[in-house]
Design a protein around this ligand. Structure first.
Ligand code: IPE
Ligand code: IPE
Ligand code: MG
Length: 241
């Protein structure tokens, strides 16, 4: 069955990506183009995330993982980092209603230990508030880095005292932050950069990649549908013929 034929893109309901990863990049350049402070880009970027999450839920995507703050983003000027933390608090408060009330399950993934007690509390509250929802899962990657995730997984495997011969790929998957998520089908990166910037490096082994020059705050329905339609046109061989 074809559905969703607006504006021009057709996507099929049978072959949807179950898990989409999004690198929400380009906020700063979006703001710069308009002569606005970088934080304005982050604010509009947060709005874009809300719309994209609601649309993914409506389409029937199982899980979306968004890259919101990387382990490397602490290198930014203190002012920008501080303001991003304030935006995160505000976003989580609003997301409880705006996304939680729409049946979306919100989860944070990453190493949350460096965040303030206030942010950690807000994350716990948001997760608890949406835990009984039954719709799409939105994983927000915060202080997330794929290398850090793999290191964390190795440490916890070693601590579990499993014998080396009993470790297989599933063991590793069970110790990743995405252990509860389906395989990562599609990665979307706007902003024109052609790299993964330490996002889901284990999970992306057979993901389809979709890049675009659009800056994240401008990312909308036509880009999302375009990416999904493109995904549906790919021939995934997984090394076979
Ligand atoms: C992505 O936008 C948001 C975060 C990394 C927090 P950027 O802030 O990286 O935007 P550009 O890449 O400078 O345009
Ligand atoms: C990736 O964007 C991280 C997030 C979107 C949160 P960056 O802007 O940090 O990535 P680089 O520096 O261009 O690789
Ligand atoms: Mg960037």
């Amino acid at each position: 069955m074809k559905f969703w034929n607006k504006p021009k893109v057709k996507i099929e309901s049978e072959n949807l990506p179950r898990h989409i990863g999004i690198i929400m990049d380009g906020n700063g350049r979006w703001a710069k183009k308009r002569g606005l402070p970088r934080m304005a880009g982050h604010r509009y970027g947060a709005e874009a995330l809300k719309k994209v999450a609601l649309l993914c839920e409506e389409i029937g995507i199982n899980t979306v993982t968004v890259y919101a703050f990387s382990t490397e983003n602490w290198r930014r000027p203190k002012d920008e980092v501080d303001n991003l933390m304030l935006l995160l608090l505000e976003y989580l408060s609003r997301a409880q209603k705006e996304l939680g009330d729409k049946n979306i399950i919100l989860k944070a993934i990453g190493n949350l230990s460096p965040f303030s007690a206030e942010i950690k509390e807000k994350i716990a509250q948001t997760e608890a508030f949406t835990a009984n929802n039954t719709g799409m899962t939105l994983n927000i990657a915060l202080n997330y880095g794929a290398r850090d995730e793999i290191l964390h997984a190795i440490k916890s495997i070693v601590k579990s005292q499993v014998s080396a011969d009993d470790i297989d790929e599933q063991t590793i998957e069970r110790h990743l932050y995405t252990k509860d998520s389906p395989p990562l089908d599609l990665i979307i990166r706007p902003s024109g950069e052609l790299r993964l910037s330490n996002f889901l490096l284990w999970q992306c082994a057979y993901s389809e990649l979709w890049f675009s020059n659009v800056l994240w705050p401008d990312f909308d329905k036509k880009h999302l549908l375009g990416a999904i339609a493109d995904f549906q046109s790919r021939n995934r061989r997984y090394g076979g013929v």
